[in-house]
Design a protein around this ligand. Structure first.
Ligand code: NCD
Length: 315
């Protein structure tokens, strides 16, 4: 995949070569993110950070990264999008917002809306989560984290994903990215009504990867190299309808990690956390979820440089 000028809408767009390039660029971003080195490569560029649904980490991850590269940022969040209260359509909103920036990051309420924004925009659109669809930049930082924590070896890994897999967009995108590697084994742990969408499972199986679906947390965790916990997406269930998962139904505690997980398991969560991971897990060296926040900054920095076609100017 060529990065320059691309909209980044789905994890399906990536191949192994583009991931390698992105990750090697991300490493070069670390000293800039830590302010050991100053960089002005995006001087004069404006990021439009447009969030039709609330966000903290993704919004600030992009914002911090863009500022560290010398660019400027305009942020609008759902609370302040006046057009949302004045009856403007999503399409009109994008038609207007694209004039204010050189690249836009959008978070939308419904699956498929980021692709609609891309069709309407002459500046590159980066999907920062569209409803229960996808969240490609989170998946990129998740995969980068797995690579960092597992010494750059992703082929052959066994990944357990736990919780509201049906409605959590991050696991949809991450499963797609992982499916590019060899001999990946997935264990999806959730009640049937919250399981990974059937089309995603079908594609993994078609690629010859191993998929196990279970309701059993303890047995499902055994032999996993990474465990990815997600929260219950209660805001995506219609009012009056019951969510198939109870809050904390699948809860990772220090005792469970000690009894059922491999000693070197990587414990991940896109955050925000509810009750899925007990705080007594936080001190374990395996707990990677707060390290993921910093990885999110450097991955997004690398993506901005590549999509804006500035890689040659970056020295
Ligand atoms: C996730 C999201 O928004 O999909 N958060 C994030 O971007 N870090 C996960 C979630 O909200 O549960």
């Amino acid at each position: 995949m060529e990065f320059a000028g691309q909209h980044i809408i789905s994890a399906d767009q990536f191949d192994l070569e583009s991931l390698k390039k992105l990750f090697s660029f991300a490493h070069r971003m670390r000293p800039i993110a830590q302010r050991d080195v100053r960089c002005q490569v995006l001087d004069g560029y404006i990021l439009g950070n447009f969030f039709f649904e609330e966000s903290t980490r993704t919004r600030l991850g992009g914002e911090t990264g863009f500022l560290r590269l010398g660019g400027g940022v305009e942020t609008i969040t759902a609370m302040r999008l006046s057009s949302m209260f004045k009856g403007e359509s999503f399409a009109d909103c994008i038609r207007v917002l694209k004039s204010f920036c050189d690249i836009m990051v959008v978070r939308c309420k419904k699956a498929g809306q980021a692709a609609i924004a891309a069709k309407l925009s002459h500046v590159p659109v980066i999907n920062a989560g569209d409803g229960d669809g996808e969240h490609p930049t989170q998946a990129l930082l998740d995969l980068f984290t797995i690579s960092e924590e597992r010494h750059a070896k992703i082929d052959g890994l066994h990944i357990a994903m736990v919780g509201d897999l049906r409605l959590s967009r991050t696991v949809h995108s991450l499963a797609k990215l992982l499916s590019l590697y060899r001999d990946i084994r997935f264990t999806f742990i959730a009640p049937p009504a919250a399981q990974m969408p059937a089309d995603i499972v079908k594609n993994l199986l078609k690629k010859g990867l191993q998929v196990e679906q279970t309701t059993d947390l303890r047995n499902g965790l055994k032999n996993a190299h990474a465990v990815y916990m997600v929260r219950r997406q209660k805001e995506r269930v219609k009012r009056g309808k019951k969510h198939p998962l109870k809050n904390g139904q699948y809860r990772l505690t220090r005792r469970i990690v000690g009894e059922y997980c491999q000693p070197d398991v990587v414990i991940m969560h896109p955050l925000p956390r509810n009750a899925e991971i007990a705080t007594d897990v936080d001190e374990l060296k395996n707990a990677a979820y707060f390290r993921m926040v910093n990885n999110g900054i450097i991955i997004r920095m690398a993506l901005f440089i590549l999509v804006l076609g500035k890689e040659k100017e970056f020295v």
